[in-house]
Design a protein. Structure first.
Length: 298
């Protein structure tokens, strides 16, 4: 059995453990899905190191993160460009890197995007908290550290596998790296109460460019723009999927994400694709998004 290495957290603001439950748990009655808000960046961070798809990583929001490695390993950073530095020298995003014992990693306020994913070779090692997952769920007090944010002084364990000196650094090709500065098209499929919205409201919904509200988080993204009206019958609460778009009484859409409630009674005009949800989770308040209807092929 390999000895344990540790990542000693020196500075942290919004930092949590992210893990894709997938077949290791999924969503359970009364518990939200949790997991990485940006599944695309999460999976690439693990893939660049050859880790299991479900290996735990750190989800770092808005930077202001510093940590020291106590044992040699390899790391990968994907997602928001937080102008990462290793021992004071810039390192490239969307790439793997070797680190030595005593190396110091610093992430700054992001130049683009919102969330960065830090993976280590073999994944971080924790005892599963619930349903074989240690993903942090602050709203429900579940996961690693009781769902509480990771703070300065904590030591996060990883397998001391060392760095493979014979392996080249691996980077994602530019064509696959998202542009978080561009206006975002959210692909959406008709679902739930789509038929209860008339053609005028559907067109208004897709012809409006919305602004990400300051009241957005891992539970859901609130959008500000032209209001959409629902004149259908009153609903009873029903299960809510990732990406479901609620239309509350004020007509401003809410795209529900990983930490959403499991049931709800607001009308839902459709459901945004998982790929678009990952992109949305990287947008900041004030960023622009718009919807694009997609339809299932028959």
């Amino acid at each position: 059995m390999s000895p344990l290495g540790q990542l000693r957290v020196v500075k942290a603001t919004a930092l949590a453990i992210a893990q894709d439950r997938g077949r290791r748990g999924g969503q359970h009655l009364g518990l939200c899905q949790s997991g990485a808000a940006d599944a695309y960046s999460y999976h690439w961070a693990n893939a660049l190191l050859g880790n299991l798809k479900s290996a735990p990583v750190l989800e770092i929001c808005l930077g202001a993160f510093e940590a020291e490695f106590c044992h040699a390993t390899e790391i990968a950073l994907c997602g928001a460009d937080m102008r990462a530095q290793l021992n004071g020298s810039p390192i490239k995003n969307w790439c793997s890197h070797r680190v030595k014992a005593g190396d110091y990693l610093r992430l700054n306020y992001p130049a683009s995007g919102l969330r960065s994913y830090l993976a280590v070779l073999g994944g971080f090692l924790f005892n599963a908290a619930l349903f074989s997952s240690i993903a942090s769920v602050p709203r429900e007090g579940l996961g690693f550290n009781g769902g509480a944010p990771i703070s300065a002084g904590m030591c996060l364990p990883y397998a001391a596998l060392g760095a493979n000196k014979n392996r080249w650094r691996r980077c994602l090709i530019d064509a696959l790296i998202p542009n978080y500065a561009a206006d975002l098209q959210l692909d959406i499929y008709p679902a739930y109460q789509w038929q209860a919205f008339d053609d005028v409201q559907r067109q208004r919904f897709t012809h409006t460019t919305y602004t990400v509200s300051t009241e957005s988080d891992r539970m859901g993204y609130r959008l500000d723009g032209q209001a959409v009206s629902y004149r259908g019958k009153q609903l009873i609460s029903e299960g809510i999927a990732l990406g479901a778009v609620q239309i509350p009484a004020n007509g401003q859409p809410i795209v529900l994400l990983n930490d959403r409630q499991t049931i709800g009674g607001y009308p839902k005009i459709g459901c945004v694709t998982k790929a678009s949800c990952s992109q949305l989770a990287q947008r900041r308040p004030g960023d622009k998004v718009f919807f694009n209807w997609r339809h299932f092929e028959t």
